[in-house]
Design a binder for this molecule. Structure first.
Ligand code: GAP
Length: 485
């Protein structure tokens, strides 16, 4: 019997496409790879930057009350005492004593329950005590690494996720330094500077994008969970009492960001936290329907006045705000945080865009792999293709590419038949291909000085005057509608 080919999106297909087309490579691959670290290749770096730019545009340019910051990765070590990360930023881990494999106890249980829904622990995993987790694992879960059914595990204990080192040659407590596990603490420590230098009035937000580092116990699912990753965070400072409404508004706003850039609503989900982080009064995650199931891409937290109050206490510097619009009342602002993972956004937008589409027509099969990326996120916006290399078509195509370069990320491809070249561009998500043919260069043709613009999603083609190309593309991008699947 003929084996049916699976045309769904899987993580393995995404990983393979990422490597094949230069989106993402395993870091230090020639040495066997560095666990939990990935390099972003020529197309990956463009795509990641486009997501970051879209986020920045959405959060700062479209919100008059949000300004930007780029704070240092290294902050004074007391920052992390104040924030509670030294004491509380840990995950529960458990080891198999037979093969020494180490697991995150909560994830071990979650993975098991996902595969065995009838064996539910009876309460959310994030509310289980260490003893409850250990009892459940002992009773149910064979070691996923060595397969031992003896279930000889250590006790569950906490493992702090911060990387630490020392600055300079002296390795004592005074020189202790942490790699930041979240970008936002720099926003809190700079709160007074921002208010004073930019005359900011509450409510206002501060947006920041940058690297964060976590000594994760396990890495899995490609770039989903890594030790080094980028966060796109925004801290919105507001008057206590207004925080609940602002929290709900930001939830809506952040949801709309994903819709705007092409994620179908059915692939998004809200997860309300049962157990809150040490700083939060309320928290929701936006989850995306990855091929591995619904998982978090962004957290939205009501951090109350926790961080500013803690920094006041530990630094001895007053971090309160005098509200001139409210009778000079003095208070410590509350903070609503939106914290998105850039790398997880990258993976979510890729998975959402991926399609193996049958373009063979009625009764026949001819599959193309296409990424339906939003044109503002696609790594290449326009590819210029001469129908053939000869008779001046290549030169004309290069001329058009040069003219478009200033405004768009362009590609040029003259190798192989044009159908294959379209497919190559489809696979990396290029929304528009421009083809230069004989009509383009034949003076007495009615189509002289025109090209065809081919649309990735519909594969439709339209003849456009070369002189009008730039505006045509501008309108096409502006009016782009994500494909409904
Ligand atoms: N400042 C709040 C904060 O850091 P979080 O829920 O721990 O909250 C926010 O992280 C986002 O950062 C997550 O939704 C996720 O997208 C991303 N993130 C967290 N840990 C990550 C990891 N190990 N690898 C990749 N992304 C991660």
């Amino acid at each position: 019997m003929e084996k049916k080919v699976d045309h769904s999106c899987t993580l393995d297909k995404i990983i393979s496409l990422c490597k094949r087309r230069g989106f993402v490579y395993q870091a230090s691959e020639i040495y066997g790879g560095q666990a939990g670290a990935w390099d972003y290749g020529p197309l990956g770096v463009e795509f990641k930057r486009n997501i970051q730019n879209a986020w920045w545009h959405y959060m700062t340019q479209l919100h008059d009350d949000v300004v930007g910051l780029d704070s240092a990765i290294f902050q004074h070590h007391k920052t992390w005492e104040a924030s509670g990360h030294v004491a509380h930023f840990s995950d529960p881990m458990i080891d198999c004593t037979e093969c020494k494999a180490r697991f995150r106890a909560d994830q071990l249980i979650e993975d098991f329950v996902r595969k065995n829904p009838d064996k539910d622990p009876g309460k959310p995993v994030d509310t289980m005590t260490h003893e409850e987790m250990k009892a459940f694992i002992d009773a149910n879960i064979n070691c996923p690494t060595c397969g031992s059914t003896n279930r000889k595990y250590t006790a569950v204990r906490e493992f702090n996720l911060m990387f630490k080192t020392h600055q300079g040659p002296i390795a004592d407590d005074a020189h202790l330094i942490y790699l930041r596990p979240e970008t936002c603490q720099g926003i809190f420590t700079d709160f007074k500077n921002i208010v004073q230098s930019n005359r900011m009035k509450i409510p206002f937000g501060v947006a920041q994008v940058g690297k964060s580092f976590r000594n994760e116990i396990i890495f899995k699912n490609f770039i989903f969970r890594t030790c080094e990753f980028e966060q796109m965070e925004m801290e919105y400072f507001c008057k206590p009492g207004t925080d609940d409404e602002i929290f709900q508004n930001w939830r809506k706003d952040r949801w709309n960001f994903y819709l705007k850039y092409g994620i179908a609503e059915k692939n998004l989900n809200w997860h309300h936290h049962d157990k809150l982080a040490h700083y939060a009064k309320d928290a929701y995650d936006i989850q995306y329907n990855f091929p591995i199931g619904f998982e978090e891409i962004e957290g939205i937290h009501n951090r109350t006045d926790f961080d500013l109050s803690q920094h006041t206490k530990v630094s001895g510097k007053d971090m309160s705000y005098m509200d001139q619009d409210d009778g000079n009342k003095n208070y410590t602002p509350y903070v609503i945080e939106t914290s998105a993972g850039l790398n997880r956004n990258f993976l979510a937008f890729l998975c959402e865009a991926y399609e193996e589409e049958n373009v063979g027509g009625e009764g026949s099969e001819d599959y193309r792999t296409v990424l339906h990326l939003h044109p503002q996120l696609a790594p290449v916006t326009v590819a210029v293709l001469p129908l053939m290399k000869k008779d001046g078509m290549a030169e004309k195509a290069q001329e058009i590419r040069t003219a478009l370069k200033e405004e768009y990320v362009t590609d040029y491809d003259q190798s192989g038949n044009v159908g294959k070249r379209y497919r190559r561009q489809d696979e990396i998500g290029t929304p528009y291909c421009i083809t230069v043919d004989y009509d383009t260069i034949t003076k007495d043709s009615p189509n002289f000085d025109t090209v065809t613009v081919r649309f990735r999603d519909s594969m439709a083609q339209e003849r456009v005057k070369i002189s009008e190309l730039s505006g045509f593309l501008h309108n096409a991008i502006r009016n782009y509608k994500p494909v409904q699947r």
